[in-house]
Design a protein around this ligand. Structure first.
Ligand code: AKB
Length: 317
């Protein structure tokens, strides 16, 4: 049996930090090579500094550890990306194409490349957005992900590189903070509640968006990567649904446990981004091809988020 030796690019990020630990449990610590542009001095396992815009640096690590799988999680997200559009495009495309090229030219057999609900724009239905909806994203991040999906399919068709991808909704977890996204409010709000602060929300009360609890997001990623190759029919990226809510609904759910919690709404430029994104997702292809089924809803996620953050901030009620 061939042992999988897995390179994670972006291992310090919101998803990367949690996924790395899960992959260490599944494949053994010594088979996981975590990398990021910033050092993680607390990391338990093998960690290397890696700037994924440097193709030679990726190649060096792939050779050094005989890597045969890569999870490429590094990207500039939707909100941050709008500050410097051309730089965001350069970064996201360069890192992704470097990873695909290194994989093609070496012994890497399988790649995970995350996409996002940000690929959808004006011409996609907002409710139950289908897998095959037209993609005309309005952010640079969304444009880079839509292009990335097509590149993933191209590398599969042309070179047989087994690249798998999910269009993540907003990911919510207690373990790590998101950085620079439009869905970040749904993590921040729990931290404010537990710290006893009121929350100033950058989206308006009615902005419904698709979201997923971290545990479900990690499980989806691993189930997709473990699925038999013949089941993977979508070679761009799979729609993934779990739950949908707006800021007012998450606030009401938190308020059931934090009676004095207050919110005010101060929409900023992120409102315009969110208004173009789906409100809910049709993930029937993921269900059919690799058996996707979420386990968490707003209620169960909220009670776990609050419990875990109370432990973290030592504010157990
Ligand atoms: C963002 O808000 O940019 C991300 C995403 C939905 O891809 N969380």
């Amino acid at each position: 049996m061939i042992t999988d030796t897995i390179l994670i690019i972006g291992a310090n990020g919101q998803l990367g930090s949690v996924l790395t630990k899960e992959l260490q449990l599944i494949h053994g610590k010594s088979n996981i090579i975590a990398t990021d542009v910033y050092l993680n001095s607390n990391f338990d396992g093998t960690f290397e500094l890696l700037d994924a815009t440097d193709i030679k640096a990726i190649q060096k690590i792939v050779t050094k550890y005989s890597i045969n799988q890569i999870y490429h999680l590094a990207a500039i997200l939707s909100a941050k990306g709008e500050e410097k559009p051309l730089w965001t495009w350069d970064m996201n495309m360069k890192m992704m194409l470097n990873v695909f090229e290194v994989a093609r030219l070496s012994n890497v057999k399988k790649i995970f490349f995350p996409s996002s609900i940000a690929v959808f724009g004006d011409d996609a239905p907002l409710i139950s957005t289908p897998q095959s909806a037209f993609l005309n994203p309005a952010t640079v991040y969304g444009i880079s992900k839509a292009a990335g999906e097509n590149w993933a399919q191209y590398y599969f068709i042309k070179y047989g590189l087994d690249i798998r991808s999910i269009r993540y909704p907003g990911v919510i977890g207690y373990q790590s903070m998101p950085g620079g996204g439009t869905t970040d409010y749904a993590v921040d709000i729990y931290h404010s509640a537990v710290k006893g602060e009121s929350y100033s929300c950058f989206l308006n009360a009615e902005t419904k968006l698709p979201m997923i609890y971290m545990e479900d997001a990690i499980r989806a990623t691993i189930e997709l990567m473990q699925a038999p190759i013949e089941n993977i029919k979508t070679r761009t990226s799979y729609n993934l649904g779990a739950m949908s809510f707006n800021p007012s609904e998450i606030f009401d759910e938190i308020k059931k446990l934090y009676l004095n919690f207050e919110i005010e709404y101060n929409p900023d430029f992120r409102q315009t981004i969110a208004d173009k994104w789906p409100k809910s997702i049709d993930d029937s292809e993921a269900q059919k091809d690799w058996g996707w089924k979420p386990r968490f809803n707003l209620k169960s996620m909220t009670s776990l988020m609050l419990k875990k953050l109370e432990e973290k901030y030592n504010t157990i009620k």
